[in-house]
Design a protein around this ligand. Structure first.
Ligand SMILES: *Cc1c(COP(=O)(O)O)cnc(C)c1O
Length: 206
């Protein structure tokens, strides 16, 4: 996945011209503007858009109406709203649960001990399709240390699969740790700066 947050629709078009099809956005409003801009051209029709940023309740409708995937679901209330608000004419919203394996309580992501219950509840929502797990570990130095954290997420993923969940997406790894993520079994790396260059500073949130 190419993470195009803070970059322009033109940057997305250039990546698309080079063959990239899957894009990730963190900020809902910014993402929706780009999705609408790209979809208004014929080439933009085949793109797949993933929401990867923290989600507030008041933004779920925009996400449900425009994105193809949400990788940052970490509580049931958000999942319920996304399911209720997903338009009938669209395919179910593809969902990953974001897991917090190493952070404090303030960090986004469901705690490992609460993951199974959340997965069971999300799996029952009619307009969502549970595809896998996503995680954004705290930065650590060195391949082995990075891989060790990713392997904790991999274990949770394998555990859910062994319980009968049909999951195919383990979304791990960014520009600085993607090698370790792939070594731990990532099926989808989310790469921003290594594709688009360094990001401009951003003033406002969401
Ligand atoms: C920004 C972001 C990325 C991409 O990070 P880079 O370091 O630019 O590759 C991936 N995942 C999430 C959730 C992000 O917020």
């Amino acid at each position: 996945m190419a993470v195009s947050k803070t970059f322009t629709a033109d940057a997305v078009r250039q990546a698309q011209a080079a063959g990239q099809r899957v894009f990730g956005e963190n900020y809902v409003q910014e993402g929706v503007e780009k999705i609408c801009a790209l979809r208004s051209s014929p080439e933009g029709a085949g793109l797949e858009w993933h929401c990867i940023g923290p989600l507030q309740s008041n933004k779920t409708r925009l996400v449900a109406e425009h994105f193809d995937w949400v990788q940052s679901v970490d509580r049931l209330r958000i999942a319920q709203r996304l399911s209720e608000q997903r338009p009938e004419g669209l395919a179910p919203l593809q969902v990953c649960l974001q897991v917090n394996v190493d952070g404090g309580a303030n960090k986004s992501g469901v705690a490992p001990g609460e993951l199974l219950a959340l997965a069971q509840a999300v799996d029952r929502l009619p307009r969502l399709r549970l595809r896998g797990l996503m995680s954004v570990p705290e930065p650590v130095d060195g391949f082995d240390a990075q891989r060790a954290v990713f392997l904790q997420v991999r274990d949770l993923f394998d555990d859910l699969k062994s319980r009968g969940f049909e999951l195919d997406t383990l979304s791990l790894g960014m520009s600085d740790d993607l090698d370790a993520a792939v070594a731990a079994g990532s099926t989808m790396v989310r790469v921003g700066r290594a594709i688009f260059g360094s990001r401009p500073a951003r003033e406002t949130s969401a």
